[in-house]
Design a protein around this ligand. Structure first.
Ligand code: FAD
Ligand code: MLT
Ligand code: ZN
Length: 490
């Protein structure tokens, strides 16, 4: 994991003492709601799941984890922390990819995992109201019983939490169809750093009465408050879902396929994902799975349709397939025939995240780039590593592969440098070059993962000084003592 040579613990923050632990134990009970390494002999390994991030790249030194069970608990914890200048890192499923979910030094981890009840679901409006700590998969399973779908899906769904999904404004695999959290969230319950509860848990779509304050917490990455519950609009679940996986001979053809998919599949298109050959090969090596197509192609794409009428969708999909195969836009393809096959096609896409870090470590760049230029960056990055001698087949080289994949339908590229070990040289070779590259094309240096600790230095490549100053003003207003997720983001 990385050390933080450029960061110093902020001496304004108090260290956790036995008295503090006593207060929290009194509030939460003696049971499992407190993981305490301050007054008890608790080993490092017990804290590993809270201190180390998913990539095993960032590691904090927290010695106290609190697991509130109610909003009132959260409120009392934050008020106490604010009064006593104790720094806090809110944590969901700890699957974040920018080092935002783990402490940097000894911040208290406030885990939302025990705040995990569905409060209500209205099957007329499709509005789900649920605690922040509900796991995404469970939220989707819950609304599925009522023929609805949670409007977000991503590879970490078995672990990540819906409150954190809002806190990161997660994008995921179906944003193209259902839109972002900014549109789907109807209300939030948030505890501010001083313990005040902002109850804006409305369930209606329209409410033009002044500033839409809840929007600020969407994507704030836990820097101005803790989300304790969300109200979200869930669409009807489509009974007819089809998934196809294609091999294509160039990035130009991928763009043509995207154009055709929009034209011919129009309202039933629910995902259009890009995977380059290198990403699929790495997935094959890491998982041992067999790839869906007989031959290798430079590019692959995964297309999903979701509609209400099986016959209608099949007819559309067949016409589309006939066209793209006939015109040689795609070279080969397969359409899932059953649920198992559908899952295994999706696994080729969702499994890339794991594959990226499987061989040691990964440097992740999550970028918005205009579609026409999106893949140029992958080619140039690969060339850069080939030239500078950092990439090669043997273990002598830190870089194993450069892969490009992502949410093509949203102009969102995931450029990953899969390495055999974390090595500062690799990072130096690509940063800030990659951000300059993106900035020159008016892209975003973080399309969906956020800034966290990993990208905080680079915010200026995507936001003007005026905007950064306004953000700092917001931070100061909501969190004057700076206790919320310090050292990150802002
Ligand atoms: P954590 O990682 O625990 O926290 C994330 C951030 O939110 C931290 O800054 C934390 O402090 C803050 N936070 C957590 N809970 C709260 C709360 N209740 N209130 C306030 N702040 C809070 N992301 C995408 O956008 N799209 C994808 O397609 C995608 N796919 C992924 C696939 C895999 C395999 C993995 C490992 C990650 C993926 N991610 C993706 C990134 C990650 O899953 C998302 O950012 C997710 O929303 C994080 O949820 P979490 O519960 O793990 O939150
Ligand atoms: C994805 O789309 O797979 C995610 O955002 C996670 C990743 O980039 O690894
Ligand atoms: Zn993604």
């Amino acid at each position: 994991s990385e050390s933080y040579p450029n960061l110093k613990r902020d001496s304004r923050f108090k260290e956790v003492t036995a008295d503090d632990v006593k207060f929290f134990r009194g509030l939460l009970g003696e049971g499992s709601a407190v993981l305490d390494g301050v007054t008890q002999k608790t080993g490092e390994e017990d804290f590993e799941a809270y201190n180390a991030d998913w990539m095993r790249k960032y590691r904090g030194q927290c010695r106290l984890v609190l697991k509130p069970e109610t909003t009132e608990h959260v409120s009392k914890i934050l008020k106490y922390c604010n009064d006593n200048l104790l720094a806090v890192t809110p944590q969901g499923g700890n699957t974040g990819l920018v080092g935002g979910s783990v402490p940097v030094f000894d911040e208290i981890v406030l885990s939302l995992s025990k705040l995990n009840t569905v409060r209500s679901f209205d099957d007329v409006s499709g509005v789900l109201v649920a605690d922040a700590g509900v796991i995404l998969q469970q939220a989707d399973d819950y609304v599925a019983q009522h023929n609805h779908i949670f409007p977000l899906d991503l590879g970490a769904k078995g672990t990540c939490q819906i409150g954190a999904n809002v806190a990161t404004n997660a994008g995921g695999l179906r944003l193209l169809r259902y839109g972002s959290m900014h549109g789907n969230i109807l209300g939030l319950e948030v505890v501010l750093p001083d313990g005040t509860v902002m109850d804006d848990l409305g369930t209606l779509r329209k409410n033009n009465t002044g500033y839409d304050l809840k929007q600020l917490f969407i994507g704030a990455e836990g820097t101005i408050g803790v989300i304790t519950a969300i109200s979200i609009l869930c669409p009807q679940r489509s009974p007819a879902v089809n998934v196809a996986y294609f091999g294509l001979e160039s990035y130009e053809k991928v763009q043509e396929a995207f154009k055709e998919a929009k034209k011919q599949l129009s309202e039933i298109l629910s995902a259009f994902e890009l995977m380059d050959h290198q990403s699929q090969d790495l997935y094959r090596q890491a998982s041992g799975a067999k790839l869906p197509l007989e031959n290798d192609y430079p590019f692959y794409c995964l297309i999903e349709t979701s509609g209400s009428n099986t016959d209608h969708d099949s007819e559309k999909l067949n016409n589309f397939l006939e066209h793209v195969m006939g015109e040689e836009i795609v070279q080969d393809g397969v359409v899932a025939q059953d649920e198992t096959q559908l899952q295994s096609l999706w696994a080729c896409r969702e499994g890339i995240s794991e594959a990226g870090q499987h061989f040691g470590g990964v440097y992740k760049y999550d970028l918005s780039i205009p579609l026409g230029q999106l893949y140029d960056l992958v080619i140039e990055t690969r060339e850069r590593f080939q030239k500078n001698g950092l990439m090669g087949d043997s273990d002598d080289f830190p870089v194993k592969e450069v892969i490009g994949y992502g949410h093509m339908g949203d102009s969102n590229l995931h450029l990953n440098v899969a390495t055999r070990r974390y090595d500062k040289e690799v990072e130096k070779a690509i940063e800030p070059w990659v951000y300059e590259w993106v900035s020159k094309r008016n892209g975003s240096i973080s399309a969906e993962h956020g800034l966290g600790l990993a990208k905080k230095e680079f915010i200026g490549y995507s936001r003007s000084e005026t905007m950064i100053a306004l953000m700092k003003g917001v931070k100061g207003l909501y969190d004057p003592n700076g206790i919320m997720n310090p050292y990150k983001y802002i």
